[in-house]
Design a protein around this ligand. Sequence first.
Ligand code: SAH
Ligand code: SF4
Length: 343
Amino acid sequence: MDLEKLKEVLKDESKYRLKEARDFVFVKFIDNWNQATSFSKDLRDKLNKECPLEIKADVLTSRNGDSIKAKIILKDNVEIETVLMKHKDGRNTVCVSCQVGCPMGCLFCATGTMGFIRNLTVDEILEQVVFFNRHLKKTTLSEQSESNGLNRVSNVTFMGMGEPFLNYDNVLKAIKVLNDANAFNISIRNISVSTCGVIEGIEKLANSGLQVNLAISLHAPNNKLREQLMPINKRYPLDKVLKAVDDYILKTKRKVMFEYVLIKDINDTDECAKELVELMHKKLYFLNLITFNTVKGSQFQASSNNRIETFKKILKKEKINFVQRYRFGDDIQAACGQFVTGK
Ligand code: SAH
Ligand code: SF4
């Protein structure tokens, strides 16, 4: 899909045409301008030529059908991955990428092994949500799901490839369109951004007034271990990240989610759990335990169920607010940290 020339193609049309055209793409989810029936045949042909709507993608569906991964091929032939997760309660969450690859190089993450290729444009971020909205529109055609909004993407998480705060402006612009009642109309409280701890980004978000959910990839309860797993901790050490989070909470009064991937014999010990308790004992801090998802060639393994239970017991005893994240799509390499392209 390429909307770059949309404005230019429509410059001689009435001023409502642009709004109408965006409505066709971002609300009605047409996949060919021929479906824009209120446009003249000439205009439709021109748009199909200059602003094609086709999204090139390879699609994989998980065994139980609850998650679908799309590898989208962009116009410079680089690829990104995005996943739709269908929850039992009717929510449809899309996990979007914001960069091709990622420069942060976290050792446990498949995207991290790719290095950084480039930032995504606003349209390329939106295209991922458009893709799944088209898919949902085609697969759930009943009138009832239409009226319940069940055939729409209801939640978006910036937890795919890349670090959102290294592409801050485009991510924020995309969020505004996702939230726009005249576009995707996704509630701002259903949009989440996850960062490995880019402090400037946390500060900017706090001042933006935007009520999105903030998640922090923590993964270790002290600098020494975090530095080994996440090289970026040298630049943004734990205490400074947490200070930025506390300022964010002070300003926004919003809760913050901390993500902690349990890796066998690395960060899943009783000592780590106890250290984590010390960090998490704060109002509006919320912990999300994630099972480690296998990454090809990785030196790490997932913690055993027994170990996870013991770890959780320590947290429970100390009354830490936490949940264990349900694992979507690990059989199609579509779970957290498994996004990788070009290999
Ligand atoms: N760059 C951002 C957002 C993308 S990563 C960030 O790091 O927060 C989305 C989440 O998946 C992060 O919490 C990340 O740490 C986690 N993750 C990375 N590799 C993983 C793996 N192998 N198993 C489980 N989660 C992983
Ligand atoms: Fe980048 Fe996030 Fe993966 Fe780290 S965990 S390499 S920041 S995508």
